[in-house]
Design a protein around this ligand. Sequence first.
Ligand SMILES: Nc1ncnc2c1ncn2[C@@H]1O[C@H](COP(=O)(O)OP(=O)(O)O)[C@@H](O)[C@H]1O
Ligand SMILES: [Mg+2]
Length: 352
Amino acid sequence: MGGLELDEVTKAFGASRAVDDVSLVVDPGAFVALLGPSGCGKTTLLRLVAGLERPSAGRIAIAGRVVAEGGRFVEAEERGLGMVFQSYALWPHMSVADNVAFGLKVRRLPAEKRRRRIADALAMVGLSELADRRPAQLSGGQRQRVALARCLALEPPLVLLDEPLANLDAHLRETMQREFRRLHRETGATFVIVTHDQAEAMALADTIAVMHEGRLQQVATPHGLYSAPATEMVARFIGRGALVPVAILEPARDGRLTVSLAGRTLPARGAATVPGPGRLVLRAETLALSDAADAIPARVVDAVYRGGFHTLEIAIDGVEGGLVQVQSREAPAPGDRVGLAITDPWALPAGG
Ligand SMILES: Nc1ncnc2c1ncn2[C@@H]1O[C@H](COP(=O)(O)OP(=O)(O)O)[C@@H](O)[C@H]1O
Ligand SMILES: [Mg+2]
């Protein structure tokens, strides 16, 4: 239980669509990240799932039960989910334990059951010792744990997290990422986290849904997004790398195709179904200097020593704006001619 299904969900504010025709299936027990730049509609999508917004169109089902469709709308408190926000939204005048208890009181749980749930939730996030403190006496990370405990005490089948780590420093964020993974494993609940940080999405989620301007761009594993981005937006947003224009000569068969770059023909991975203009995704690990006769002709623009290796900025002949980065043990000087070997790059149709 705890799966989630969105079917052609749209949320319009006036003339603009914050969420635009989103369809997404989240399996029970999955850990999914909604990833995208600020303003792309992540929070709105999460609020639609939570029941804090009504969709303008589409259908939302949680654990197989339709919670929003047409005139049908299940209120937030009837959806049985847990939510954690960037602002932890703790009651300042209540102790840690009372903050955690609050959600349970609203649900009218018997006192004995309530006490056990509070103790369990505090133990799960490592706060048993601090149960009597006030939020003001806690660090940022501890406050975030209280918010988590308050959510987990409800034993929700579906946990929604909206940029929960954005206010923490980098070190604490990493610690909390490990905690989130552990809590996900231990509770068996479905987790959906919103983040604009691709490293965080990759560290946490087994599936990432990339959003851009209200629309879903791609839903895939972290590795799938990195190695086979479906659109130029995803290719630019996930991982570092350059997109250089190529001509797709032979469209894909069994995931392989042929492209032309700087007068050379080379094999690539891809899904493009028609010949024509394309983009090659060139990440540092797919590139190396080469003396081979069929190497791509190029020129060194800049070279920076990084300790043990150099980072070279390289312009491929005849490719406008096509600066790529290569790591190299050799140290050619700016202006030097070099050859480039490209191993197993990913090709996209242009404008995709
Ligand atoms: N209540 C609202 N009224 C009007 N516009 C809104 C409202 N909530 C969000 N928006 C707009 O919807 C878009 C998506 O916002 P949001 O979902 O908060 O994005 P994200 O969480 O990805 O940063 C933004 O352009 C935002 O200004
Ligand atoms: Mg947001």
